[in-house]
Design a protein around this ligand. Structure first.
Ligand code: CTP
Length: 432
């Protein structure tokens, strides 16, 4: 369901370990996705208490949800299993959050008016509003979603403190196409996990380069490398989780865009440089993970280069590509400001020496070294953090976990420089 790089590695603490969630289901065909969502929440380490409205029971049975959550499902405020007969109080006090997925247009309207006519509405009303956040995943037909009443209700729901997770776009069960589908389980998972991450980069604008570049030789051939983009995509996700506004400039990479990240696809090093320089001065952090080609064919052929029968390989002339990281690091401090620059070094040997030398050569405060052949295309990596104080080894772990660690290291350094709000020590998710 998710990108493999997002799976916890062996021995790593899952993302939602220790979290207890109430998963509320209301009436909508998207209930079928909630079964998978429930499994994903459990797999991520959460405990899940399912609560269903009568309308939800028309779409999926409590038996299915009980089997997947491992707990009896609650459907009525008159449930006598609770000794005090107050399921709405008991269940809401135990929760770290209430997530309603799918949340129908009708239920959104009910929430808005504080309706307590069924257990789920009663529970939302009775929850301690400052301790138990309410997350809502709307699901409905596109006309219902676009209706001014629904839009007004969603705005008001957010003003009342709920977190509205957005909707998907596409083919709907009714046969129409548009906005209003419930987000896919993997998208909801990214949003829920992000919700619990401390916002160490709140207010920051983070620009990330990722993946390889492709330098054309002719219309059908080119020069590229084995970078998959997984590390850069994980960093974009981790920065967004930490509250940053993130733009990801990606070379050719077949990876899903992390939730809430603006992605710009580029092909060549020159495309990447152009895309970066358009945005670099308004960014506060620049993280260069891309494996940018150092050289490009000086004059790519406009036609496919054919064998001419001489058995001689074509003679290619090369031109050096601009160093994107060094170019950004050279930006004048002062006016729009220079972003806090973080480079990567993909080495094959002598990591410490090469990474230190590269940090000085590129003039960046933090450089992250790794052994290229050990990491290209893989879901795990080991890092060496190199700054003016020296080197810190970060042991092998999933790229997402390493990305979160790196984001925390960046936030700590920025706050020491007075560039970020605070030094966030308490990363409550996973291994820190
Ligand atoms: N980088 C860049 N633009 C380039 C080359 C590299 O922005 N034209 C960035 C990479 O994204 C990375 C860092 O510079 O953050 C180091 O890249 P790397 O390929 O390890 O080193 P090079 O500078 O290419 O040096 P060398 O190939 O000699 O190791």
């Amino acid at each position: 369901m998710t990108n493999q790089a997002n799976e916890p590695g062996c021995g790593e603490i899952p993302d939602l370990a220790g979290k207890h969630l109430v998963l509320g289901l209301t009436g909508g065909i998207a209930c079928y996705k909630s079964a998978e969502l429930c499994r994903a929440l459990i797999k991520a380490g959460a405990t899940v208490q399912v609560v269903m409205t009568a309308a939800a029971e028309q779409f999926i049975t409590p038996v299915t949800m009980q089997a997947l959550s491992g707990r009896p499902v609650y459907t009525s405020q008159w449930d006598s299993r609770e000794a005090n007969n107050m399921a709405h109080i008991n269940l809401s006090r135990q929760a770290d959050a209430i997530l309603i997925a799918p949340c129908s247009a009708d239920f959104i309207a009910k929430l808005l008016h504080g309706s307590a006519s069924d257990l789920l509405g009663l529970m939302c009303l009775a929850r301690p509003i400052d301790k138990v956040p309410l997350l809502v995943a709307p699901a409905m037909n596109r006309e219902m979603y676009a209706h001014p009443a629904t839009q007004r209700n969603l705005r008001q729901l957010e003003a009342d403190g709920a977190k509205v997770l957005g909707v998907g776009t596409g083919f709907q069960a009714c046969g129409e196409t548009g906005d209003g589908r419930m987000l896919e389980p993997w998208q909801l998972m990214e949003d829920i996990i992000a919700f619990f991450v401390p916002k160490a980069l709140a207010g920051q604008k983070v620009l990330v380069t990722a993946g390889p570049t492709y330098e054309a030789i002719d219309p059908v051939r080119g020069i590229t490398n084995l970078s998959s983009g997984k590390m850069g995509f994980a960093i974009a996700r981790a920065a967004r989780e930490a509250g940053a506004e993130v733009t990801l400039i990606a070379g050719p990479a077949s990876l899903p865009t992390p939730r809430g990240v603006a992605r710009i696809d580029v092909i060549s090093a020159q495309n990447m440089l152009d895309a970066v320089m358009l945005r670099a001065q308004s960014a506060t952090v620049f993280i260069a993970t891309a494996a940018v080609a150092d050289w490009r064919p000086a004059v790519p052929s406009t036609q496919k280069i054919k064998k001419d029968g001489s058995r001689q390989p074509p003679q290619l002339q090369f031109t050096e590509n601009a160093d994107i990281l060094a170019t950004v690091a050279r930006l004048a401090t002062g006016h729009a400001g220079k972003p806090f620059c973080v480079g990567f070094a993909a080495e094959s040997h002598d990591l410490h020496e090469n990474a230190q030398a590269k940090r000085l050569r590129k003039n960046v405060p933090l450089l992250v070294g790794n052994i290229g052949p050990d990491t290209f295309g893989q879901d795990h990596n080991a890092l060496l953090l190199v700054d003016a104080q020296g080197c810190t080894e970060v042991p092998r772990a999933s790229k997402l976990l390493l990305a979160r660690r790196l984001v925390r290291e960046i936030a700590t350094r920025m706050s020491a420089l007075g560039l970020a709000q605070q030094n966030v020590q308490d990363i409550s998710l996973g291994n820190s």
